[in-house]
Structures are given as structure tokens and as C-alpha cells.
Design a protein around this ligand. Structure first.
Ligand code: GUN
Ligand code: ZN
Length: 437
């Protein structure tokens, strides 16, 4: 078929769920992915078979690379790149002393525009093809983020962050203002290209019941929009929520009572969660964004992964930059592994789990499971090519790797920004190391 492209590489993906089956991983040593002009995958398999089925295709020989599905970050804050590495503070102090002052700088349009372009470029450079992005409190800055996201070619869901208490005056609005400002952004950007809107009250600490009600109205009015916020992150935060919502059964109930626990909802962290809350999250099909580096960095706690799996709560991974330690979803996978290894009754993770959590699980959490997350024909060719930097440690390990478990384990442990050779969304190059050089 004219316009068909084949990328020949070492290929790995997880078309099945490793938390449910031991044969989740599918790999091809000399593999290939074929996709059409619209970016739809036509075939994934051994190169010889893919080439035979598509004899007229143009072939890109990337046998020096490992090809994986594009990485999916289910929770990352666009204004927070400059606070990465702000050490020594727990959540509420980190917000008050370092992060909210940084977010207040988004009042300046030039600053916001530059930050938005830089942020989307860095996502692509880290191999991320889709993200649920916590936006800015300022409508013009959020508009700048959507403009940059649109230009980047990435699949981005994001929205104006809304709050009406307990932050800083310049970051607070009334529920009516929040509704009006969000409405304008939804009308302009939701469903435009690869963009979707995410209704985003910051957390129950900063969102009163009327603000959560305004959020619910926006979610109900906007088919295909997501809802996102934070939940059960730190002990101090949870105590504050208890004071603010004395009648709520628990933290999850603050969203549940507002009608915000839905199959389009993604709640970040969920570290200190009761069995009762897990059961209700599972029942509502609400997804959780697991942010392991942030949970450690802010001393928030250790994610009870096994209990999420037992209760059937969906979860993907998020970098949670700037509390998270960088935009690499590969690194996030390694930290998830570390943390489960050291916790009592941690979930034993292997390379297939890490790949699934960094890709397909995220796609499902963001309701993109039909189009992204793995390389099954019919899905979009969202992919990342990983090439070990010359003479580096990753190259040394991969050269000797006896099998795919070893190769993927090495990639999650050692591959970072410098190893991302190319990132594509729907077959289109959105970042290339060659082009950049
Ligand atoms: N809770 C409310 N705001 C934030 C934030 O910016 N980062 C994290 N990690 N938790 C939050
Ligand atoms: Zn966050």
C-alpha cells in the first residue's frame, strides 16, 4: 500500500496485562512495525513476515534501536520543571515554600509561553507520547500550554487548575470564575487535534464543595473530558482534609460526594488508602496515577500496589514533576521497582510489569486503551526508539544481555533522556535526536 512505513528494530510491547498473566510480553529480536499514512499500525511482528506482507512499504532500518510503545505519563505538572530537586520538604511545606511561588510566575504570559514550549519538548525528548498534564491556575498560561501541546504533536489531556482556598490569593478564584474560565478553554481546545480537556481542582485542601460542584458540572457537560486531582498523598494533607470536610467519610469521599469518582477520573498518589476507599475506587472504575519518585522525594509514603491489584483498582504511572525527580517514565519504572522491593508485602515487579505500567496501563488509565499503549494492529503508531549512548553502560549491558528480561531490565535501570533516539505519535516524528543534532 502506498504511504506505508516499516520500522525495523528490536521490538517489545505488552499487549496483555502482566498483573493477570505470565505471558504479557511480546518481543521480536529482528522485528518490525508497519503503519499507514494515517499512523495506524498495520502489522507488528518478525521483520521478514511484516516486510513480506507489505512489499511496497518504505523501510527504516533501526536495528540499532529497541522499539517500545510510546511512554504514557498519567500525572505531571507543567509549571513545575524549575522546582525539580527542591529537597528537604514534605508536601504542604514544599507547596507553600517552593512550588506555589513558582506557579505564581505563570501570571507572566512570556514566562508561561516559554515554559509551555520547553515542557512539551522535554516530554517528547523523554519518549513520552501521551500525558495527563496538571496545568496552570492562569487561563492565559493554560492556553499557552494547549498551543504548545498542539504544536508538539503529543496526545495531551490538561486543564486549568482551579482552587478557591488555602493556596495564595493570586492562585485562587471563585467557583463561578473557575467555571467560566474553564468553559472558554474547553470550547477552544477539547477535542482539537490530539488534545483533550481535564477538569482539574488542585486537591480537596484547596477546593471547597462549591468548587468541586463546578468541576462536576464541567465534567458532565464535556463528553470525553477527564477529571484529575490528588488524593491520600501525605499524612499532613489527609489530616487537613479531615478538618475541611468534617462530614466526609474519608478523603476519597470528598470527590465521591461531589460525583467526581467516575471512569473518566484519575487521582494521583493514593498512598494512605483504606480498603473501603479502594473498594469504592474499583467500583467507580476510577484510575490512580502512581508516582513513586515523588512519593519518596516528599517523604509521602510507600504505594500499596499489591492492595490496588487485589481490589482491582486501575493504575498507571506518573512522574509528578516537580515533586517527581524527572520526566523519564523509564526512571519512574525503576523507582516503582525499588520501592516495592523494600516495602513489606511489596508487589514483586519484573520488566514486563514496568513496561506495562509505563505504557499500556497508562493508556487505559487515560481512556486511550483503544488507540495507544501497545503495538497491536489497529492502534496508533505511538512509539519510542531507544538507542544506547555510544560506549556507555547501557550499551555494555545490552550487548551482553542474554534475553529480553535482561534487556528490558537494563533499559529501565539505565536508559534516560540521552538514550531516547526518536519519539513518534501516530507514526509522525515528534522528537528525533538525529534531527536535533
Ligand atoms: N497536591 C496538591 N498540589 C500538589 C502538587 O503540585 N504536587 C503534589 N505532589 N501534590 C500536590
Ligand atoms: Zn501532582
Amino acid at each position: 500500500m502506498p504511504g506505508t512505513t516499516i520500522i525495523r528494530a528490536r521490538v517489545a510491547h505488552t499487549p496483555r496485562d502482566p498483573f493477570a498473566t505470565s505471558d504479557a510480553l511480546e518481543t521480536f529480536d529482528d522485528g518490525a512495525v508497519a503503519f499507514d499514512q494515517a499512523g495506524t499500525i498495520l502489522a507488528t511482528g518478525p521483520h521478514a513476515a511484516v516486510a513480506e506482507a507489505h512489499p511496497a512499504a518504505e523501510t527504516l532500518d533501526r536495528r540499532d534501536c529497541v522499539l517500545l510503545p510510546g511512554l504514557i505519563d498519567t500525572h505531571v505538572h507543567f509549571p513545575q520543571i524549575p522546582v525539580i530537586g527542591a529537597m528537604g520538604l514534605e508536601l504542604l511545606d514544599w507547596l507553600a515554600q517552593r512550588t506555589l511561588p513558582e506557579e505564581a510566575k505563570m501570571a507572566d504570559l512570556d514566562h508561561a509561553t516559554k515554559a509551555a514550549r520547553r515542557f512539551t519538548r522535554l516530554l517528547a525528548r523523554n519518549g513520552t507520547t501521551s500525558a495527563l498534564v496538571f496545568g496552570s491556575h492562569f487561563p492565559h498560561a493554560q492556553h499557552a500550554l494547549f498551543e504548545a501541546a498542539d504544536a508538539s504533536g503529543l496526545r495531551i489531556a490538561s486543564g486549568l487548575v482551579v482552587s478557591d482556598r488555602n493556596l495564595r490569593p493570586e492562585l485562587e478564584v471563585t467557583p463561578d470564575e473557575a467555571y467560566e474560565h474553564s468553559r472558554v478553554l474547553i470550547d477552544r481546545w477539547h477535542g482539537h487535534g490530539r488534545l483533550r480537556y481535564a477538569v482539574t481542582p488542585r486537591f480537596s485542601v484547596s477546593a471547597s464543595e462549591p468548587m468541586l460542584a463546578a468541576s462536576k458540572a464541567l465534567l458532565d457537560e464535556t463528553a470525553g473530558a477527564l477529571f484529575t486531582s490528588h488524593v491520600n498523598e501525605s499524612v499532613g494533607e489527609i489530616a487537613f482534609v479531615k478538618e475541611l470536610f468534617p462530614d466526609a467519610r474519608d478523603y476519597v469521599a470528598t470527590y465521591e460526594d461531589a460525583g467526581l469518582l467516575t471512569a473518566r477520573s484519575v487521582l494521583a498518589h493514593n498512598v494512605h488508602v483504606s480498603d473501603d476507599e479502594l473498594a469504592r475506587l474499583a467500583h467507580a472504575h476510577t484510575a490512580v496515577a502512581h508516582c513513586p519518585s515523588s512519593n519518596a522525594f516528599l517523604s509521602s509514603g510507600i504505594f500499596p500496589m499489591a492492595r490496588h491489584v487485589e481490589h482491582g483498582v486501575r493504575f498507571g504511572m506518573g512522574t509528578d514533576v516537580g515533586a517527581g525527580t524527572g520526566l523519564s517514565m523509564l526512571k519512574e519504572g525503576l523507582v516503582a521497582y525499588h520501592v516495592q522491593m523494600v516495602r513489606d508485602q511489596g508487589h514483586m515487579l519484573g520488566p514486563a510489569h514496568l513496561l506495562y505500567l509505563a505504557t499500556a496501563a497508562g493508556a487505559k488509565a487515560l481512556n486511550l486503551g483503544d488507540m495507544a499503549g501497545d503495538l497491536t494492529p489497529g492502534k496508533q503508531a505511538d512509539l519510542v526508539l531507544i538507542k544506547p549512548p555510544l560506549d556507555g553502560t547501557l550499551e555494555a549491558v545490552l550487548e551482553e544481555a542474554p534475553d529480553w528480561d535482561a534487556a528490558l531490565g537494563a533499559i529501565f535501570t539505565l536508559a534516560r533522556e540521552e538514550a531516547i533516539a526518536e519519539t513518534r505519535v501516530a507514526g509522525e516524528v515528534v522528537w528525533s535526536r538525529v534531527r536535533e543534532a
